[in-house]
Ligand binder design. Structure first.
Ligand code: AFD
Ligand code: MN
Ligand code: MN
Length: 438
């Protein structure tokens, strides 16, 4: 069905060939780092093992070129359908060894036979992460959505539109069951552009009522993740605009509902790592959509702008892991828009940056940090975090990849593979278009 998958990144011999020239230097760097870490009482092998087990899901929509409100400049060889998207995800996973699952979006990724889709992904070593519903745009070519979402979906004033959006979310759960997913992520664009346009309280009540109805369709081992976003497409008020609204809603919906943190969905300068801590306290941290930003929901590559913030988020997560542990492990997913890069390269780079932040957070001496906190020593407490953050953990990441048969240098191997050129030759040309944020 998709002969492109036979192309080199998926071939272990190709990766071994690429690694051959790099193995000796890696071994040397890894040994030196191991000795440095041992002096601080950290066993490098323990960290490498944890890094190897770390996985982050790739969004199916991230494999295509994104756009801004103004334009989209299509890249070459973009995926034409969900099978192509899965093939691209398999390339990312085979080179990084860090992205074992794909997160589908409906109806964009709708197929007639979900069992076939699951099977296809499994043959490429991929599973399915959270399924995403889409009631933030209209789907005129899709029979399930005759009514418009222009004025909202789950919080719409018209019960018929709400019912249509609820039905769509339930269908997403049904599709996800066939794919082996365990969670539904709901992000809505509902909100208002003008003061007075909508009633804050009533629209929030309607949203909660709708999500409660969706939650009744969840299998017992499933979760529903509520994703907040401060603004856009609504510019005055958004129904689930912040973690407070998200938490209130999740608490009312019940134990299967929790709050998803997309790093780009906050006001500038907000302390996201503290929000993470508060959601952990409430037992309501669902997981993440990783990306980076400078001004708003920029959807830039994870770690591209502020890697220290990414590290501080992981510092909170590792703190829990090292202590009481999570009742349910947070879901890790990337959510970015690639406007000027090859999406596969951006996703490879982001997966590595996320893994890097995790590895750095594992290097924090937790007992020492607590000591500095409890004795009110801000300088040394901060130094402890900085020491972990400034440690070059690249040899750990590369060794984890080498041992898994992934690529020591994934971006270089990807470029050497000629995969994109093969896609350009085989996939239909996409025409340039108007705006479109996705
Ligand atoms: C949006 C949101 C949400 C959505 C995705 C797809 O973050 O996760 O599902 O991007 O466009 O900005
Ligand atoms: Mn998101
Ligand atoms: Mn977003």
């Amino acid at each position: 069905m998709n002969e492109i998958i036979k192309i080199r990144p998926a071939d272990p011999d190709f990766r071994a060939e690429q690694n051959a020239a790099l193995n000796a230097a890696l071994q040397e760097d890894y040994e030196i780092l191991g000795r440095r870490m041992a002096r601080r009482g950290i066993d490098i092998e323990t960290v490498t093992e944890l890094v190897s087990r770390f996985g982050v899901a790739v969004p199916s929509w991230g494999t295509g070129t994104g756009g801004t409100r103004f334009a989209r400049f299509p890249g070459g060889g973009e995926p034409a359908n969900v099978f192509d998207k899965i093939a691209d995800c398999a390339v990312i996973n085979s080179l990084t060894g860090a992205t074992p699952a794909i997160s589908p979006h409906f109806p964009w990724d709708e197929v007639a036979d979900f069992a076939e889709l699951r099977q296809y992904a499994a043959t490429l070593g991929l599973g399915f992460d959270a399924v995403n519903s889409n009631t933030f745009q209209d789907h005129p070519s899709h029979g399930d959505h005759p009514l418009s979402y222009k004025f909202g979906s789950l919080s719409h004033t018209d019960p018929a539109v709400r019912a249509q959006a609820i039905r769509h979310n339930i269908r997403c759960i049904e599709a996800g069951e066939q794919l082996g997913s365990k969670a539904l992520t709901i992000w809505i664009g509902d909100g208002s552009n003008f003061p007075g346009q909508s009633h804050f309280g009533r629209s929030f009540d309607r949203y909660i009522d709708s999500v409660k109805q969706i939650a009744t369709a969840l299998p017992p081992d499933w979760s529903v993740f509520l994703e907040h976003k401060i603004y856009e497409p609504a510019f005055y008020s958004t129904v689930i605009q912040d973690w407070g609204s998200s938490l209130l809603a999740a608490q009312e919906v019940g134990p299967q509902a929790s709050c998803l943190v997309d790093l780009g969905h906050h006001a500038p300068n907000v302390n996201i790592e503290m929000i993470v801590s508060r959601l952990i306290h409430a037992g309501k941290l669902a997981g993440f959509h990783f990306n980076d930003s400078k001004y708003g929901d920029d959807d830039l590559d994870a770690g591209a702008i502020d890697p220290f913030r990414l590290f501080l988020v992981f510092n909170e997560l590792v703190d829990v892991e090292a202590g009481s542990g999570f009742a349910k492990a947070p879901a890790y997913m990337i959510d970015q828009s690639h406007n000027v890069t090859d999406p596969i390269e951006s996703l490879i780079s982001s997966a590595i940056e996320i893994q890097r932040a995790y590895a750095q957070a594992l290097l924090v001496d937790r007992a020492a940090l607590v000591g500095f906190q409890d004795t009110n020593d801000p300088m040394m407490a901060n130094q402890e975090l900085k020491r972990a953050f400034t440690t070059d953990v690249a040899p750990i990441l590369a060794m984890a990849r080498a041992r898994e048969g992934a690529a020591i240098e994934p971006l270089a191997a990807y470029r050497a593979s000629g995969y994109r050129q093969a896609c350009i030759a085989r996939r239909p040309v996409r025409t340039a278009g108007g705006g479109g944020i996705v």
